[in-house]
Design a protein. Structure first.
Length: 177
């Protein structure tokens, strides 16, 4: 996978992180306004308070949006952090499933796509970076060895044993100018 394609996957994942973060924020706000919820479990009705869950979802959504911004700025830690945050978000959405099943399913699907986008070609992208770093080092070493060989060559003593002084820049300019 080339670097451009890898960068495209990262931007796709960042967009999905923005989307899932926004949905979490909306779910959190909704949970704050609909403080009591009813769900059936095994034929019995249960009421539970959604306010703490709403606050948690809202803050979690902000964290996902921040991870999306970090991905767009090519932060090295952002890729791993985003995968971990998305995996935790999937579990959290499954816990929220009883209160809002359609939203939860949508977020789980988006999270899975984002995790795929972040992990598809992970090894090839890092291998490409390492290859480029090693090429930079090789190019610099080649340049340095060529430069040093040229300097040595210009300062070598002729085989006759007689020392021939090398002209300085100013002298060379006066002779040729």
């Amino acid at each position: 996978m080339n670097r451009t394609r890898s960068r495209g996957w990262m931007l796709f994942a960042a967009t999905l992180l923005f989307l899932t973060g926004a949905i979490n924020i909306i779910q959190g706000i909704t949970a704050l306004f609909l403080t009591d919820n009813l769900f059936n479990f095994g034929g019995e009705a249960f009421f539970f308070n959604l306010t703490p869950w709403g606050i948690l979802l809202g803050l979690w959504g902000l964290l996902l949006v921040a991870a999306g911004f970090a991905l767009t700025t090519r932060q090295s830690w952002a890729r791993i952090a985003a995968v971990v945050l998305l995996a935790i978000n999937i579990v959290a959405q499954l816990a929220f499933f009883a209160a809002n099943p359609l939203w939860s399913l949508a977020v789980v699907a988006i999270d899975l796509f984002a995790i795929y986008a972040l992990t598809a070609g992970w090894s090839s992208a890092s291998a490409l970076e390492e290859e480029r770093e090693s090429e930079r080092g090789t190019d610099e070493a080649s340049y340095r060895s060529g430069y040093e060989a040229g300097v040595r060559e210009s300062r070598e003593v002729p085989s006759s044993g007689a020392h021939v002084p090398q002209p300085t820049r100013g002298e060379h300019a006066r002779r040729t100018g």
